[in-house]
Design a protein around this ligand. Structure first.
Ligand code: DC
Length: 222
Protein backbone atom coordinates (compact mmCIF):
# COMPACT_ATOMS: atom_id res chain seq x y z
CA UNK A 1 0.00 0.00 0.00
CA UNK A 2 1.42 3.36 -1.08
CA UNK A 3 0.68 6.25 1.26
CA UNK A 4 -1.79 8.42 -0.59
CA UNK A 5 -1.29 12.08 0.30
CA UNK A 6 -3.93 13.27 -2.18
CA UNK A 7 -6.53 11.66 -4.44
CA UNK A 8 -5.55 10.35 -7.88
CA UNK A 9 -7.66 9.61 -10.93
CA UNK A 10 -5.77 7.33 -13.32
CA UNK A 11 -6.55 7.27 -17.04
CA UNK A 12 -4.86 4.45 -18.93
CA UNK A 13 -5.37 3.30 -22.48
CA UNK A 14 -3.81 2.74 -25.89
CA UNK A 15 -2.06 5.36 -27.95
CA UNK A 16 -4.23 8.25 -29.23
CA UNK A 17 -7.26 7.15 -27.21
CA UNK A 18 -7.61 10.76 -26.05
CA UNK A 19 -6.16 10.17 -22.56
CA UNK A 20 -4.04 13.32 -22.58
CA UNK A 21 -6.85 15.66 -23.58
CA UNK A 22 -9.33 14.06 -21.19
CA UNK A 23 -6.79 14.03 -18.32
CA UNK A 24 -5.94 17.70 -18.68
CA UNK A 25 -9.59 18.75 -18.99
CA UNK A 26 -10.60 16.72 -15.92
CA UNK A 27 -7.61 18.11 -13.98
CA UNK A 28 -8.46 21.68 -14.96
CA UNK A 29 -12.06 21.19 -13.87
CA UNK A 30 -11.02 19.83 -10.46
CA UNK A 31 -8.11 22.27 -10.03
CA UNK A 32 -5.66 19.35 -9.82
CA UNK A 33 -2.25 18.67 -11.36
CA UNK A 34 -1.84 16.40 -14.35
CA UNK A 35 0.84 13.81 -15.06
CA UNK A 36 1.47 12.96 -18.72
CA UNK A 37 3.59 9.88 -18.02
CA UNK A 38 4.07 9.13 -21.73
CA UNK A 39 5.99 12.41 -21.98
CA UNK A 40 8.67 10.95 -19.67
CA UNK A 41 9.17 7.96 -22.00
CA UNK A 42 9.15 10.30 -24.99
CA UNK A 43 11.70 12.60 -23.31
CA UNK A 44 13.96 9.64 -22.61
CA UNK A 45 13.64 8.56 -26.26
CA UNK A 46 14.39 12.08 -27.50
CA UNK A 47 17.43 12.30 -25.25
CA UNK A 48 18.68 8.94 -26.57
CA UNK A 49 18.33 10.28 -30.13
CA UNK A 50 19.92 13.64 -29.33
CA UNK A 51 22.88 12.27 -27.41
CA UNK A 52 23.56 9.57 -29.99
CA UNK A 53 22.81 6.83 -27.42
CA UNK A 54 22.24 3.23 -28.48
CA UNK A 55 18.52 2.42 -28.34
CA UNK A 56 19.23 -1.26 -27.60
CA UNK A 57 21.64 -0.54 -24.74
CA UNK A 58 19.16 -1.15 -21.91
CA UNK A 59 21.42 0.08 -19.10
CA UNK A 60 22.54 3.12 -21.09
CA UNK A 61 18.93 4.12 -21.79
CA UNK A 62 18.00 3.57 -18.12
CA UNK A 63 20.87 5.88 -17.14
CA UNK A 64 19.48 8.55 -19.46
CA UNK A 65 16.01 8.07 -17.91
CA UNK A 66 17.47 8.34 -14.40
CA UNK A 67 19.26 11.60 -15.19
CA UNK A 68 16.56 13.31 -17.26
CA UNK A 69 16.84 17.05 -16.67
CA UNK A 70 13.24 17.96 -17.30
CA UNK A 71 10.85 20.71 -16.31
CA UNK A 72 7.10 20.84 -16.81
CA UNK A 73 6.20 24.52 -16.78
CA UNK A 74 2.92 26.18 -17.71
CA UNK A 75 2.01 23.55 -20.26
CA UNK A 76 5.50 23.53 -21.82
CA UNK A 77 8.09 20.75 -21.47
CA UNK A 78 11.75 21.66 -21.13
CA UNK A 79 14.63 19.22 -21.60
CA UNK A 80 17.88 20.67 -20.28
CA UNK A 81 16.23 24.08 -20.54
CA UNK A 82 15.20 23.63 -24.19
CA UNK A 83 11.51 23.68 -25.10
CA UNK A 84 10.77 20.24 -26.62
CA UNK A 85 6.97 20.29 -26.25
CA UNK A 86 6.45 19.73 -29.97
CA UNK A 87 9.59 17.70 -30.70
CA UNK A 88 8.56 14.85 -28.38
CA UNK A 89 5.27 14.41 -30.30
CA UNK A 90 6.96 13.29 -33.50
CA UNK A 91 6.13 9.75 -34.57
CA UNK A 92 9.80 8.66 -34.57
CA UNK A 93 10.11 9.72 -30.94
CA UNK A 94 6.82 7.99 -30.03
CA UNK A 95 7.92 4.76 -31.69
CA UNK A 96 11.26 4.77 -29.89
CA UNK A 97 9.47 5.64 -26.62
CA UNK A 98 7.30 2.56 -27.04
CA UNK A 99 10.42 0.40 -27.60
CA UNK A 100 12.42 1.62 -24.63
CA UNK A 101 9.29 1.53 -22.41
CA UNK A 102 9.56 -2.25 -22.59
CA UNK A 103 12.91 -2.16 -20.69
CA UNK A 104 12.26 -2.87 -16.96
CA UNK A 105 15.24 -0.72 -15.75
CA UNK A 106 13.84 2.25 -17.70
CA UNK A 107 10.43 1.81 -16.06
CA UNK A 108 12.12 1.47 -12.66
CA UNK A 109 14.14 4.65 -13.31
CA UNK A 110 10.95 6.64 -13.99
CA UNK A 111 8.79 5.15 -11.22
CA UNK A 112 9.50 7.51 -8.31
CA UNK A 113 9.59 10.54 -10.59
CA UNK A 114 5.99 9.76 -11.54
CA UNK A 115 4.83 9.25 -7.94
CA UNK A 116 6.44 12.57 -6.98
CA UNK A 117 3.83 14.38 -9.09
CA UNK A 118 1.23 13.55 -6.46
CA UNK A 119 0.47 16.44 -4.12
CA UNK A 120 -2.68 18.12 -2.81
CA UNK A 121 -5.29 18.84 -3.93
CA UNK A 122 -5.01 15.90 -6.37
CA UNK A 123 -3.61 14.42 -9.56
CA UNK A 124 -4.98 13.10 -12.82
CA UNK A 125 -2.38 10.68 -14.22
CA UNK A 126 -2.48 9.38 -17.77
CA UNK A 127 -0.49 6.54 -19.28
CA UNK A 128 -0.47 2.76 -19.60
CA UNK A 129 0.25 1.54 -16.06
CA UNK A 130 -1.03 4.37 -13.88
CA UNK A 131 -3.76 2.24 -12.29
CA UNK A 132 -1.84 -1.03 -12.27
CA UNK A 133 1.70 -0.06 -11.15
CA UNK A 134 2.24 3.62 -10.35
CA UNK A 135 -0.94 4.42 -8.38
CA UNK A 136 -2.51 1.03 -7.60
CA UNK A 137 -4.55 2.56 -4.74
CA UNK A 138 -6.18 5.27 -6.86
CA UNK A 139 -9.83 5.66 -5.89
CA UNK A 140 -10.92 6.05 -9.53
CA UNK A 141 -9.31 4.23 -12.46
CA UNK A 142 -10.43 4.76 -16.03
CA UNK A 143 -9.42 2.57 -18.97
CA UNK A 144 -10.05 4.66 -22.07
CA UNK A 145 -10.34 2.82 -25.36
CA UNK A 146 -11.37 3.61 -28.95
CA UNK A 147 -11.15 1.67 -32.20
CA UNK A 148 -7.80 1.82 -34.07
CA UNK A 149 -9.56 3.69 -36.89
CA UNK A 150 -11.01 6.36 -34.59
CA UNK A 151 -7.62 6.80 -32.92
CA UNK A 152 -5.68 6.98 -36.19
CA UNK A 153 -8.10 9.64 -37.42
CA UNK A 154 -7.60 11.73 -34.28
CA UNK A 155 -3.82 11.40 -34.43
CA UNK A 156 -3.91 12.30 -38.14
CA UNK A 157 -5.78 15.54 -37.39
CA UNK A 158 -3.46 16.38 -34.48
CA UNK A 159 -0.29 15.90 -36.51
CA UNK A 160 -1.67 17.73 -39.56
CA UNK A 161 -2.60 20.72 -37.39
CA UNK A 162 0.96 20.77 -36.07
CA UNK A 163 2.28 20.76 -39.64
CA UNK A 164 3.86 17.28 -39.53
CA UNK A 165 3.71 15.33 -42.81
CA UNK A 166 1.61 12.18 -42.24
CA UNK A 167 -0.05 9.37 -44.15
CA UNK A 168 -3.17 7.70 -42.75
CA UNK A 169 -2.07 4.18 -43.78
CA UNK A 170 1.34 4.63 -42.08
CA UNK A 171 -0.38 5.92 -38.97
CA UNK A 172 -2.74 2.95 -38.74
CA UNK A 173 0.14 0.54 -39.21
CA UNK A 174 2.31 2.30 -36.59
CA UNK A 175 -0.60 2.42 -34.19
CA UNK A 176 -1.30 -1.31 -34.47
CA UNK A 177 2.41 -2.10 -34.02
CA UNK A 178 2.59 0.14 -30.97
CA UNK A 179 -0.59 -1.32 -29.44
CA UNK A 180 0.83 -4.78 -29.97
CA UNK A 181 4.14 -3.87 -28.30
CA UNK A 182 2.57 -1.93 -25.41
CA UNK A 183 0.07 -4.72 -24.70
CA UNK A 184 2.38 -7.70 -25.02
CA UNK A 185 5.53 -6.57 -23.23
CA UNK A 186 6.46 -8.49 -20.10
CA UNK A 187 6.95 -5.43 -17.90
CA UNK A 188 3.85 -3.38 -16.96
CA UNK A 189 1.89 -4.12 -20.15
CA UNK A 190 -1.10 -2.08 -21.19
CA UNK A 191 -3.97 -3.80 -19.37
CA UNK A 192 -6.95 -2.48 -17.48
CA UNK A 193 -6.59 -2.72 -13.72
CA UNK A 194 -9.18 -5.20 -12.35
CA UNK A 195 -10.98 -2.29 -10.65
CA UNK A 196 -10.82 0.05 -13.67
CA UNK A 197 -13.92 1.32 -15.45
CA UNK A 198 -13.65 1.03 -19.24
CA UNK A 199 -14.94 3.89 -21.37
CA UNK A 200 -15.10 3.45 -25.16
CA UNK A 201 -14.74 6.94 -26.61
CA UNK A 202 -14.98 5.95 -30.31
CA UNK A 203 -18.34 7.67 -30.62
CA UNK A 204 -18.08 10.14 -27.77
CA UNK A 205 -17.02 13.79 -27.95
CA UNK A 206 -14.31 15.13 -25.66
CA UNK A 207 -16.96 16.95 -23.60
CA UNK A 208 -19.05 13.79 -23.19
CA UNK A 209 -16.03 11.77 -22.09
CA UNK A 210 -14.90 14.44 -19.60
CA UNK A 211 -18.43 14.57 -18.24
CA UNK A 212 -18.49 10.80 -17.74
CA UNK A 213 -15.20 10.85 -15.81
CA UNK A 214 -16.31 13.76 -13.62
CA UNK A 215 -19.61 12.03 -12.96
CA UNK A 216 -17.82 8.82 -11.94
CA UNK A 217 -15.53 10.86 -9.68
CA UNK A 218 -18.39 12.65 -7.95
CA UNK A 219 -20.11 9.30 -7.35
CA UNK A 220 -16.96 7.55 -6.13
CA UNK A 221 -15.93 10.35 -3.78
CA UNK A 222 -19.25 10.60 -1.92
O1 DC B 1 1.02 8.08 -24.26
P1 DC B 1 2.15 8.29 -25.27
O2 DC B 1 1.81 7.89 -26.68
O3 DC B 1 2.71 9.67 -25.18
O4 DC B 1 3.32 7.28 -24.78
C1 DC B 1 4.47 7.06 -25.53
C2 DC B 1 4.97 5.64 -25.27
O5 DC B 1 5.41 5.52 -23.92
C3 DC B 1 3.92 4.55 -25.46
O6 DC B 1 4.01 3.93 -26.71
C4 DC B 1 4.18 3.55 -24.37
C5 DC B 1 5.02 4.28 -23.37
N1 DC B 1 4.34 4.50 -22.09
C6 DC B 1 4.41 3.50 -21.15
O7 DC B 1 4.95 2.43 -21.42
N2 DC B 1 3.88 3.70 -19.91
C7 DC B 1 3.26 4.85 -19.61
N3 DC B 1 2.75 5.01 -18.39
C8 DC B 1 3.13 5.86 -20.59
C9 DC B 1 3.68 5.66 -21.82
Amino acid sequence: MIKQIAPVITIDGPTASGKGTIASRVARHLGWDVLDSGALYRLTALDVLRTGGQADDVEGVAEIARNLDVNFREGRILLRGEDVTEAIREEAVGNLASRIASYPPVREALLQRQRDFLRPPGLVADGRDMGTVIFPDAPLKIFLVATAEARAERRYKQLKEKGFPVKMTDLLEDMRARDERDSNRASAPLVAAPDAITIDSSHLSIDQTVEMVLDLWSKSSI
